[in-house]
Design a binder for this molecule. Structure first.
Ligand code: 5GP
Length: 210
């Protein structure tokens, strides 16, 4: 069993464009004991992305080989592309006493939840409203109307998995959301965690997908 005080795994999931990548990076940059799990993907890098830092960008052949060799902790197909987390780097980080942060979707989270002998805490991040989400997507995919429509359509499906997570946090303000996530992490690491009341969250989700 991994010592809870040392290596724990924290998953952050959200519909696309809710700011979870920014949050994950902020946690890792400000807390040296946290490492981000760098995924493999078959999608093409965005202009600002760096291979080996944001993702390992690979082709389908390489990805399929990793599946065949049972190298992945979890993997999933999202928006026509494959994404996956390798086992070895995660287990090494945990052994070294680091906490590992995962920016992965609900499919990958379901797979990690089936793993035994790991300490896994899952956090789902919601946007404050649909307008804010569309704004962020428009900004990220300027001129790529088809991608924006596809990602907006996927929103309801992704959000329907919110109650499979231990915690749900609304990203209405980046710093507030970041602080809430740090509080959750700290309470879990110090065995002071309290189960979140999901009544308010349920209302919020209904409002977002109505
Ligand atoms: P993007 O293409 O915008 O970077 O990511 C699309 C989605 O893939 C996001 O929801 C992100 O969390 C998810 N994702 C990134 N890496 C992985 C991974 O290794 N496994 C899974 N299951 N999802 C991932």
């Amino acid at each position: 069993m991994v010592d809870k005080k040392n290596g724990m795994m924290f998953v952050l999931s959200s519909p696309s464009g809710v700011g979870k990548t920014t949050l994950t990076k902020k946690i890792a940059n400000n807390n040296p004991n946290f490492k981000i799990s760098i995924s493999h993907t078959t999608r093409k890098p965005r202009p600002s992305e760096v291979d080996g830092k944001d993702y390992y960008f690979v082709n389908d052949e390489k990805f399929n080989l990793l599946i065949k060799n049972n190298s992945f902790f979890e993997h999933a197909k999202i928006f026509d592309h494959h994404y996956g987390t390798l086992k070895t780097p995660v287990l090494n980080s945990l052994k070294e006493g680091h906490n590992v942060l995962f920016d992965i979707d609900w499919q990958g989270t379901q797979q990690l939840k089936k793993e035994k002998n790991i300490s896994l805490i899952t956090i789902f991040i919601l946007p404050p409203n649909i307008v804010a989400l569309k704004g962020r997507l428009l900004n990220r995919h300027q001129g790529q109307e088809e991608i924006i429509i596809k990602r907006m359509n996927k929103f309801s499906e992704e959000i329907s998995h919110w109650n499979e997570y231990n915690y749900v946090v609304i990203n209405d303000d980046l710093d507030l959301c970041y602080n809430k996530i740090l509080e959750i992490i700290s309470s879990e690491k110090n065995d002071k965690a309290q189960k979140q009341n999901f009544e308010e969250v349920e209302k919020k989700v209904k409002e977002l997908i109505k």
